[in-house]
Design a protein around this ligand. Sequence first.
Ligand SMILES: [Cu+2]
Length: 158
Amino acid sequence: MRQALISIMVLLLCSQPALALQGAAGTASAALQVSDAWMRALPPGQPTAAAYLTLKNVSESPILLVEISASVASRVEIHESVQEDGMWRMRAMPRMELAAGQSLSLEPGGIHLMMFGMQRSPQPGQQFQFEFTLASGETVSATANVRATGASSAHRHH
Ligand SMILES: [Cu+2]
């Protein structure tokens, strides 16, 4: 009996790398493709920051993005910039759907990823990981590069 238990444990331990490999393969053929992810460098003490990237649904059916997480922030929301009474405001989008083959660019002044609870200030040349979860349960990761702040197009938040 004891021998059987040990065998099961060995089996469980040994099967973990195989599971990890399956996960990696799933990412490679994911329905969502994330590219050109970047964020601005920020001075210390900023609790929020925005990130920009291009999303593309490379599958033949609609996909629903239900959650995004970032290695540098405690929470990530999808924001859109909307004009209300002549003022630009940001509004959180609870989730995002992409039609088959649809590509969407998140850029300054439009839809962006908003990070809350920044754990450190992004410095030029650094990279941070993002993870995107689809309604199917599939996850896709992307690396955002930190760019030096452009003086001309400051995007203020909250
Ligand atoms: Cu925002």
